[in-house]
Design a protein around this ligand. Structure first.
Ligand code: FES
Length: 129
């Protein structure tokens, strides 16, 4: 007699990213949020400094799932610009479900392009605080 063992495992390893007004998308785990917003959600988010925590044009407002950890570079830049209530999407990894508002987009910015595409890894190298 043959016995067939089947194990069904529910494994949702891809976090869900919701961008207000655009929809909800499965994104690769630990992808930079700025890249997920641009490439997976198809939003024309700005990233003028190329994802280096300098320009703040990649800023987003969190609706849900705001990360508690922050890179030292993001913390320093937000403080220097006296920005509150926003986060720098170039300094955040998609490691859990999150919902954001893309409040800084190419459309209406007067800029010729969104900026150099950020590298796959956080730059400068992430120091979590
Ligand atoms: S601060 Fe410039 S792209 Fe994030």
């Amino acid at each position: 007699m043959h016995r067939l063992n089947i194990t069904v495992t529910y494994n949702r390893s891809m976090p869900r990213l919701t961008v207000d007004g655009y929809g909800t998308f499965d994104v690769p785990a630990d992808k930079r949020l700025v890249l997920a917003i641009e490439q997976d959600a198809g939003v024309d988010i700005l990233h003028a400094c190329g994802g280096n925590a300098r320009c703040t044009t990649c800023r987003v407002e969190f609706i849900d799932g705001e990360p508690s950890k922050m890179t030292a570079a993001e913390k320093e830049r937000l403080a220097a610009r006296e920005l509150v209530g926003v986060r720098l999407s170039c300094q955040i990894l998609c490691d859990h479900d999150m919902a954001v508002r893309a409040i800084s987009r190419l459309e209406g910015s007067g800029r010729p392009d969104p900026g150099k595409t950020p590298e796959d890894s956080i730059t400068p190298p992430a120091q979590w605080v």
